[in-house]
Ligand binder design. Structure first.
Ligand SMILES: O=C1O[C@H](COP(=O)(O)O)[C@@H](O)[C@H](O)[C@H]1O
Length: 232
């Protein structure tokens, strides 16, 4: 396990620091390869970071933004990660970015996962940036403890792409990138805030099955060392 911890005095300072770092990696990708990709998480944590990043002066027209995971709900649903990103990240200078949503108006989440895996495959890999979150149950992306496809999602043998997940406490069926898709991002960030999540992180860093705290799969086996961004 190799992770680096970046501590900030508060969430506002973290948002600015993380936005600086992510913008630098995206700008470098655009300069080097002519395009950049970033996968971001939903939930309550990333709002201030999204706002800070949206104001960064980079060539957003060459950047594709997608989601680490999504609920199987349309974009106008208040619980969709798409809506959160549209309202907070795809604003200001980042309005020029391309956005690749995970939700598809398909008959089932399974069908949507197939369709979106084809589309996301065309993005190329690895992601330049993946920003993960973590729930207090130790889930990351939609890798939930007890999840219907948890073993498949966190297996290194499962190919890159998007699969479905259902779990108690997850609410709607989910769509999630697999471990293989996320673990080699050029910049792999775990963004968490609050003492409660720091305690959960400490538990995840101790011995125990990955299935109990799926964030362990990332902390233990990701090819890219994880940069942990934390503020009280
Ligand atoms: O369900 C989800 O939760 C996690 C963490 O959310 P938070 O509200 O505790 O910040 C998030 O990383 C994931 O993308 C989301 O779908």
């Amino acid at each position: 396990m190799s992770a680096r911890l970046h501590e900030f005095k508060d969430g506002a300072a973290l948002a600015e620091g993380l936005a600086d770092r992510v913008a630098a990696v995206l700008a470098d990708a655009v300069a080097t390869r002519g395009k950049a990709t970033i996968a971001v998480s939903g939930g309550s944590t990333p709002k201030a970071f999204f706002k800070a990043l949206s104001a960064r002066d980079i060539d957003w027209s060459k950047v594709t933004v997608t989601l680490v995971d999504e609920r199987f709900v349309p974009a106008d649903n208040p619980r969709s990660n798409h809506l959160l990103v549209a309202e907070n990240l795809l604003q200001d200078k980042a309005k020029a970015a391309n956005f690749l949503p995970l939700y598809r108006d398909a008959g089932s989440a399974e069908e949507a996962a197939k369709l979106v895996s084809e589309d996301t495959g065309a993005l190329g890999h690895p992601f330049d940036v993946a920003v993960l979150g973590m729930g207090t149950d130790g889930h990351t992306a939609s890798f939930f403890p007890g999840g219907s496809k948890l073993a498949e999602a966190i297996s290194a043998q499962t190919p890159r792409g998007v699969i479905t997940m259902e779990a108690e406490g997850a609410g709607e069926p989910r769509l999630t990138f697999t471990f293989a898709s996320l673990q080699d991002a050029r910049l792999l960030v775990l963004h968490i805030e609050g003492q409660g999540k720091k305690d959960v992180l400490a538990a995840a860093e101790s011995d125990g099955p990955e299935e109990d705290m799926p964030i362990r799969a990332i902390l233990r086996r990701a090819q890219t060392p994880v940069d942990i961004y934390w503020a009280p």
